[in-house]
Design a protein around this ligand. Structure first.
Ligand code: HEC
Length: 334
């Protein structure tokens, strides 16, 4: 993998550019021929660099401002489908997505919570990898934020925290100009020093000293605009569903440590990150396919108590309806 970025070279189907950061000498999208292969990726690269420029890695206000700008990058959100897959790049696996264990997100949730934890100095490269077009953006992780500013405690293992801190680039993977996946790319050993210094207390969620639910970025109040009519009703629908999930131990597997090694992993234990599952939940509960069959105990898939399943299905349908309306409102604002 190339780790240095070369300014302004265009080869057959490949664009290597430095946009020189948000100020001074940046090539504007108009200067780049729209007929060039990778034109969309070039526009997205410039927009990301402008929306999330380098700042103090401790500066939560800079992050929040970047998050707000990123969800208004039309080129990016219009180039997404129902979901984005997200994980750590492994050179040995390359771009064979099926060989990875990835986590699925609604694109707007991934953009606001995850993408915004990275800052973009401006260098990028667009290249072809098999059937994919890959945008490689030089990236620095905001490693100094408060625990509740992260989508979940990335330091639940030292390896995961090191992988985030050591990130030097993001790889955005496009298939026919639609973003299907994004990877963090950390060179071996990068971020090693800091990883051991951040122990995890075993809590995926907590209440801080001021009584605030954390991580606050996982709440609908962080994701949705203040004028979104579904802000409260969506949260209420999720809370009811979450309580019912607990009764069936759904969170035992659908949490960041991914004990069942699912791919893609659907996170159900954080309000706004559960949005990716709004349709699949209804489907899975209708067909009674979860929890999965247990080969060890010989237990079949599904919920055995039919009235509990009916109740869960009803709550999932409420959640889906509220979620669709909330996301439609956000899309309209854009
Ligand atoms: C023992 C672990 C385990 C438990 C418990 C569990 N799941 Fe799953 N779930 C999985 C795995 C693994 C997958 C990935 C698909 C597969 O392998 O079948 C999955 C997939 C799903 C999907 C599909 C996600 C997608 O990508 O479309 C949904 C929805 C889901 N589970 C909901 C639930 C609900 C609701 C419960 C509780 C009633 C539950 N799961 C309990 C392990 C679990």
């Amino acid at each position: 993998m190339r780790r240095r970025f070369v300014p302004v070279v265009a080869l057959a189907g490949v664009v290597l550019v430095s946009c020189g950061g948000p100020e001074g000498g940046a090539r504007t999208p108009q200067q780049t021929s729209t007929r060039t292969a990778g034109a969309l990726q070039v526009r997205i690269a410039h927009a990301l660099a402008q929306a999330s420029p380098p700042a103090d890695p401790k500066d939560a206000a800079a992050r929040d401002a970047a998050a707000e700008r990123l969800v208004h990058v039309r080129e990016l959100l219009e180039a997404t489908g129902e979901r984005i897959l997200w994980g750590g790049f492994e050179a040995a696996k390359g771009f064979d997505l099926d060989t990875y264990r990835l986590t699925e997100f609604s694109p707007v949730v991934w953009t606001k919570l995850y993408l915004s934890t990275f800052m973009f100095p401006g260098e990028y490269e667009v290249r072809r990898e098999g059937k994919y077009t890959v945008l490689q953006m030089a990236a620095q992780f905001r490693a100094g934020l408060d625990p509740g500013d992260y989508p979940y405690p990335f330091w639940h293992t030292p390896q995961k925290w090191q992988a985030y801190v050591g990130t030097r680039a993001l790889l955005m993977v496009f298939e026919n100009d639609v973003v299907v996946a994004a990877f963090r790319d950390a060179p071996p050993g990068a971020g090693a020093g800091v990883a051991a210094a951040k122990p995890w207390d075993g809590q995926w969620q907590w209440t801080d000293a001021t009584g605030r639910a954390q991580p606050h970025v996982t709440l609908y109040s962080y994701l949705l605009s203040s004028d979104n009519p579904q802000r409260t009703s969506l949260d209420r629908a999720y809370r009811k569903l979450e309580a019912a999930f607990r009764g069936q131990n759904c969170m035992g597997c659908h949490a960041p440590d991914n004990v069942a090694k699912a791919s893609p992993l659907l996170l159900l234990n954080y309000p706004n990150q559960a949005l990716a599952g709004r349709h699949a939940l209804v489907e899975v509960l209708r067909q009674n396919k979860m929890p999965p069959a247990d080969p060890e105990t010989g237990l079949d898939a599904g919920i055995t108590d039919e009235s509990a399943r009916q109740e869960l299905l009803r709550l999932a349908e409420d959640f889906e309806r509220e979620a669709d309306a909330a996301l439609a409102h956000e899309q309209q604002r854009r």
